[in-house]
Each structure stands twice: as C-alpha cells, then as structure tokens.
Design a protein. Structure first.
Length: 388
C-alpha cells in the first residue's frame, strides 16, 4: 500500500469512535425506525484493498455525511479488509462509529456471515426501508464460488459466482439470492464488475424491485459515494440519479479511464422478458454467419456479450417477435449508458443494458457450469432442446 493510501487508512481508523459492542453481545437498537437504512457490504480482502480503494470510498461516505444529507436515514458499513478484523460501523456527522467486530473464522463471502451482518444491521438500525450496496470484485455468472452454506437442508454444491472476493474465495449467485430474497431491500446497487447479465438478474429477480449493475468492468474507484449516497437517501431512492451521476463521472474523463457501462433494472418485468426470449428460442434460429457479438471484456475468453444484439440477430427472420421482445426489455432496462470505448481499446457499438453468454451448442452449456443457472433451465436450454 502506498503512502497516500496508508494516510487515508490511518485517518479513517482515527475517525472511528470508541463506542463498540463485543463480538458476543447482541447489538440493541437505540432509536425509533429510520426513514431508510442502507447497508454497504465491503469485501476488500483482495487487490482492491491492497490498492486502498476501500479507504477512499469510505472517506467519500464520511464526507457525504457531514452535511446532514441522509434525510433521516442511517448508513451502516460492513468492512472486511486486509490485516484487520471485519467490522460493522455507522457513518454519520463526519464520523464512523464502530458497532461490532466479527471473528475471522467465517469469510465475508459465506452466506452465514452476510446473513449475520444483515440481521445485525436491522437490529441496530431498524428502518421503514432498506437498501443494499455490494462493494467488491464481481464476475457475473461464472461458476467458481464456494459451497452453499445458507440452508441447513441444502446439499452444499458449487453454484454460479456472483459477488465478492475474500482471499480468493467468492460468493455464488444462488447463495446471494437465498440470503437476500426475504430481506425486503428496496434496491441493490452492485458496485462491482459484470453483474448486469441476464443470468445474474434472473437469479435475483425475486430479491429486490431494482438492481443497479454494470455489464462490463467497473473502474476500481467505483461510484462517487460522496455524490450518490445522498441521492439514495432521498424520500424515494434516486437510483436514476445515482446511475447518471456515476456514468457522467467517468464519461467526463479522458483517456482509458473514460470507461463505464451502467444499467438500472426493474426486476418485476424479468419473467416477462424470459417468456419473450423463450418464444424466440423455440423457433431454434441460427445466428447469421457474419455475426460479430459485442463483447464486454478484453479477455480472449469472453463470457459477456450484449443481450440485445444477440436476440436481434437471432430474430432476423422474425421481426414481429423481436419487436415484442424489445418492448419488454425497454420496460426491464429503465436506464442504460455506455462510454464509446472500454479502456480506450474495446469499442462499444451495442449496449442493451444486459449481457448474456452465447452458447455454440448444447454441450457448451457445461462451460463454467452454465447449465446450473436457472436461466439455462428455464430459458436458454430451449434454444438447444432439439440436440438433446
């Protein structure tokens, strides 16, 4: 960690008040329900922590809190980083008050830890409404996560990766969905890479009404918290404002850092989009020979292609079905924006707000465990069912 990042970390730690609960105590709420409590779940026990990006974002949150800009809400932060115990604290009035430390026997990407943190947050800071911000690395739908430990009756299996990187371990999308499905978050803001995939959104369709995510990489600086946190505490969370603020922040930059994709998703129409997609897949169309899919990563092995461009290519002989599909995705994707290039290298000519994985055959569904996704089971497999 360089000198500047060390200074930021020292100042942040110095701002945390002495008030705390022991690990064995059950934190007790001390005030009536707030207008809204937002939990920022930071997993920085990785390269982002090494780079000090968590400290910078925490400093932005503290700055945002100085002007009483939370509209009667409360900002709770879970912070897991290198060389320190995972900690829960509250940011308000320019300070960070420590609430609880967690033992190191459970990773931050395990379901039991995330569930414990959500329960502690709701106990300490009860509210009429809750929001969740996920802060870490993300890798879309790829199946590289740790076994599911959420439900006692479930059989631990590897399932698709969604969020986080704690010492090289990740949380699975199905695990994340199980944890947050019944928590009544009014929004989930994903400040991490590649989570605006139809596969991920479909898994989370019952978890929250609105999801903010990116189809491509999110620059390591993440969203500008000093601007966005007050927007998320407005009477109705200003998700559109947060999206446009983040996009404008990066779109105004020069060079390779002018790199950003943003999407605001309304999940109540996701099942309708799945149905419209299935109607196209049932015709078993083929892609045009000259089709060149829009990639959202510079990697040679790409798992994220533009969903809209793909469906339009499949629907070349069925414009009426595509028009129906387009009307639905326009309801799903409330807001979408993309810079002209990613990292000054990858030209973005298509951005529907959602990405997808393009399979070349039925057998390719085993790549990275794609066939364990609910999207494959309910929708994508239809395209290939004549091969089975």
């Amino acid at each position: 960690m360089n000198t500047i990042n060390k200074i930021i970390s020292i100042l942040l730690l110095a701002s945390i008040a002495i008030t705390t609960y022991s690990c064995d105590d059950e934190p007790k709420p001390s005030t009536p329900p707030a207008h809204r409590t937002i939990l920022v779940y930071i997993v920085a026990n990785n390269s982002l922590g090494i780079g000090g990006f968590d400290s910078r974002d925490l400093a932005e949150m503290i700055e945002a809190s100085r002007n009483n800009s939370f509209n009667g809400g409360r900002l709770i932060v879970y912070h897991s980083t290198l060389g320190a115990p995972a900690t829960l604290f509250e940011i308000s009035n320019g300070n960070a008050t420590k609430l609880k430390e967690y033992d190191s026997s459970t990773l931050s990407v395990e379901a039991t830890r995330m569930q414990q943190v959500i329960d502690d947050t709701k106990n300490i800071a009860p509210a009429n409404d809750y929001g969740l911000i996920l802060w870490s690395h993300g890798n879309g739908w790829l199946q590289t996560g740790i076994p599911n430990d959420t439900l006692p009756s479930s059989t631990p299996t590897k399932t698709p990766l969604a969020f986080g990187d704690d010492q090289g371990k990740q949380m699975n999308i199905t695990t994340l969905a199980q944890v947050v499905n019944d928590e009544n978050f009014s929004f989930i803001y994903c400040d991490c890479c590649y989570l605006s995939t139809i596969e991920v959104i479909y898994e989370l369709r019952n978890a929250t009404p609105y999801i903010v995510a990116s189809a491509a990489e999110v620059p390591a600086d993440g969203m500008p918290y000093d601007y966005n946190i007050p927007l998320l505490f407005e009477d109705t969370p200003n998700l559109l404002g947060a999206c446009t603020t983040t996009f404008d922040y990066y779109n105004s930059k020069n060079g390779s850092i002018r790199s950003c994709t943003m999407s605001l998703i309304d999940t109540k129409y996701i099942s309708e989009l799945a149905s419209a997609t299935a109607d196209i897949y049932r015709l078993h169309p083929s892609l045009p020979a000259d089709f060149k899919p829009q990639k959202f990563t510079l990697d040679s092995n790409c798992y994220y292609f533009d969903f809209g461009q793909y469906i339009e290519a499949l629907s070349a002989d069925n414009p009426q079905l595509f028009e129906i599909w387009k009307q639905v995705i326009d309801k799903v994707v409330i807001y979408k924006a993309a810079t002209p290039y990613m990292w000054s290298q990858l030209k973005l000519t298509h951005h529907s707000g959602l990405s997808t994985f393009i399979l070349n055959s039925a057998s390719s569904c085993t790549i990275k465990g794609y066939n364990q996704l609910q999207w494959w089971t309910d929708v994508a497999s239809i395209l290939w069912d004549t091969e089975n």
